[in-house]
Design a protein around this ligand. Sequence first.
Ligand SMILES: O=P(O)(O)O[C@@H]1C[C@H](O)[C@@H](CO)O1
Ligand SMILES: Nc1nc2[nH]cnc2c(=O)[nH]1
Length: 298
Amino acid sequence: MGLKILEEHKPQSLSQKSHFTGCKSTAEWLLAQKAARPQVGIVCGSGLGGLGEMLKDQVVFKYEDIPSFPQSTVLGHTGQLVFGMLEGKPCVCMQGRFHLYEGHPVQKTTLPMRIFKLLGVKTVILTNAAGGLNEDYKVGDIMIIKDHINMPGFAGVNPLAGKNDERFGVRFPCMSDAYDRDLRQLAQDVGEELGYKDFLREGVYCVLGGPSYETIAECRMLHRLGADAVGMSTVHEVIVARHCGMRVFALSLITNKAVMDYNSEEKANHEEVLQTGKQRAEQLEKLVSSMVSRIKHN
Ligand SMILES: O=P(O)(O)O[C@@H]1C[C@H](O)[C@@H](CO)O1
Ligand SMILES: Nc1nc2[nH]cnc2c(=O)[nH]1
């Protein structure tokens, strides 16, 4: 896309107008560039950007060209917003998300969720790479997220902190139903049909701020608290997506086993995270696309 066109249509930055108006002009700007109005929004986790390549009739925007959009800085997060058709449904896919540890304020990490909403998205599907805390989990398992623990939230880091804008949602949104039950069941059904039973799990995801991986004591503590997997994303996006009434489904790819034993020689590292992503990408993509083909919207 030519730079000239981008400049001509570029709306004011978010800081110059209300947050709602800013999100709305970014959404309108995207739709004005011939992007089809999406029903499903997809967020790709570390090394899982291949999902975006499955979209047909693509219209692609680099994050740096989108007004008021943050920039991706992490290896394995390309930094593109892809519009296109997946299994006959109009979708938008973030190839790269924003994390607290990149230095973004939490509200900025979740800004795309509000843009999704204003674009017309009804269902959000999020993926992430996570460390497995549950002893039964193996590297390469795919965990359907049934609930979360928002550890930064315990210290007041919540994307909904600050003045509430009722145009997005209520002041005190419920989170006990954050992960849509029907979509989780659909994932189980589709997973079984695809022959994924041996590596499909369902569990609780815990978010930490990162970027350092967990100590052994932290992993042991999180496990005792009821977390099955630990990561550095997703939860804040889920909170904002639910606040504005979108349905949410989320998956963790267990890319490494959390180290729980002082005698272990294993060390968490981002290379292993990306490598596991590569190995399981195809199955994860198949699961998501088969789900999208069966999701119904009124
Ligand atoms: O964006 P996700 O949550 O998939 O990425 C995880 C968390 C860190 O960004 C990175 C650590 O390896 O992977
Ligand atoms: N916090 C955290 N994030 C991850 N992302 C991928 N693996 C891990 C992990 O072990 N811990």
